[in-house]
Design a protein around this ligand. Sequence first.
Ligand code: BDR
Ligand code: CA
Length: 315
Amino acid sequence: ALPLLIDTDTGSDDAVALLLAAASGLGDIRAVTTVAGNVPVETGTRNALISLQTAGRTDVPVHPGCQRPMTRVLSSAQHVHGQDGMGDIDLPDPVAAPQDTHAVEVLLSLPRRYPGELTLVTLAPLTNIAAALLSDPLLLTRFRHVYCMAGAADLAGNVSPTAEFNVWADPEAARIVTQAATPDKVTWIGWDVSRKDAVMSPADQRRLEQIGTPMADFAHRINRTLDEWARDVTGLAGYDLPDPVAMAVALDPGLITEREQAHVDIAVGDQTRGQMIIDRRKAAPAPNLTLVRRVYEAGFKKLLFDTLANPVPSP
Ligand code: BDR
Ligand code: CA
């Protein structure tokens, strides 16, 4: 199984990504770090612990990280995932407690202890990663690979017409990451991909309900608020699963059907805050990111439903 370090602002779709990492049999979660984003960092930490517990992993260390973006005020997304980030279904407190070691310390120390072994998957604003990069500019090279749920390469944003939440929430952090990235090490998968290839349609939701395992039931119930938001904002039936599809691609890169390498910068001005500036000119600077453009939808859903129906005990 793939050794994983996961950075998350655990809301209801991060939670499903954690279930995939913990129970698909493909991942071996070494640590989880949390950051302010969807919800304040304390809430996201609680939600990460609850999600891991649902997958039978009360042993995974969860390290709280940055409390706010680098220069901006925190604009959380509680209207999207519920006040508690998990659909407000009164989930009981987790049995495990968070660790004392700060997320940024873990991001700095773990990849040095296991050089080239760990895959970093980020499901949140990139604040913790940028903070670690300020102290270790070679950080990204120390991972086997880095997958980020970030951006909207075809400009279909969810926070603004041109920006996706994780990048919009802390564009300065995203910029620090793009400036340190190389396309052989860093892959971004944007919100546009989840809207095309990872939508939990009404039929999929019925299937999820019918599976009836505790994990499937959890995944279904925590995402009711997200489903309502998706219907109101996108006008489409079904909610998308950006973090789960990013995790799926990290666990099984064979699911990627279309990708490109490009030079990407991040806009930090008011109107275009968080927009990806993708340079496709012939004279563009060398690519810094690999961008996932499409994913094999049936393969992603098979992995998701198989995991929720038949969880594989973790290593
Ligand atoms: C991202 O923002 C959050 O709502 C999701 O968890 C995902 O990480 C999508 O823009
Ligand atoms: Ca997230």
